[in-house]
Design a protein around this ligand. Structure first.
Ligand code: ZN
Length: 184
């Protein structure tokens, strides 16, 4: 049964679901650098590593980080990283009762600011990448129209060459005929 790996959350899928609460559970990404960011976000013991079935619940992601699929389903965009700390819920209280060994530290404002800064830097990075992509798309468009122009030019030059060849052939024939007439 999936549960959220974030220490201050620990939502369990038997209590929360997409239909009822709008909560979905998402497996850790395969890419090592993303996986590390997810792992660090959980704030579990330093030695903790996510397993193949570890998940983080949707409460830690921004709406813009989801791709919405048919049938009310959704998945995270490929490079999504958790950024939001979920407000405490009744699920946390359960955890505190059941797993007394885990103490949940209150979120320090400093960390929250750091996370906010992280989001801001990432947004700036994404914006930069988007601009780069747009720039490249323009370049490709320009190259396409240049290719089209050159193709047209080649075609018209071929046309001119063909008519010149025709003309040359006709002139040659005319000269040959004249020579034959002169010889008769
Ligand atoms: Zn969670």
């Amino acid at each position: 049964m999936p549960s959220c790996a974030v220490i201050s959350c620990r939502k369990k899928s038997n209590k929360f679901n997409l239909q009822k609460d709008g909560i979905s559970f998402h497996l850790f990404p395969k890419y090592p650098h993303l996986k590390r960011m997810w792992t660090e976000f959980c704030k579990n013991a330093p030695s903790w590593e996510p397993s193949r079935t570890s998940t983080i619940c949707s409460a830690h992601f921004l709406p813009s980080q989801f791709q919405y699929l048919a049938g009310k389903r959704r998945k995270l965009v490929e490079d999504a990283i958790p950024v939001l700390l979920a407000p405490p819920t009744s699920a946390n209280t359960d955890v505190q009762e059941n797993e007394e060994s885990i103490t949940i530290p209150p979120q320090e404002p400093e960390t929250a600011t750091k996370e906010k800064l992280l989001v801001i830097t990432q947004n700036a990075e994404i914006k930069k990448l988007k601009q780069k992509v747009e720039h490249q798309a323009l370049k490709i468009k320009r190259l396409h129209s240049q290719t089209r122009y050159l193709k047209n030019k080649v075609a018209s030059l071929e046309e001119i060459l063909k008519s010149l060849n025709n003309k040359a052939n006709k002139e040659q024939k005319f000269i040959l005929q004249n020579i034959e007439l002169a010889n008769e």
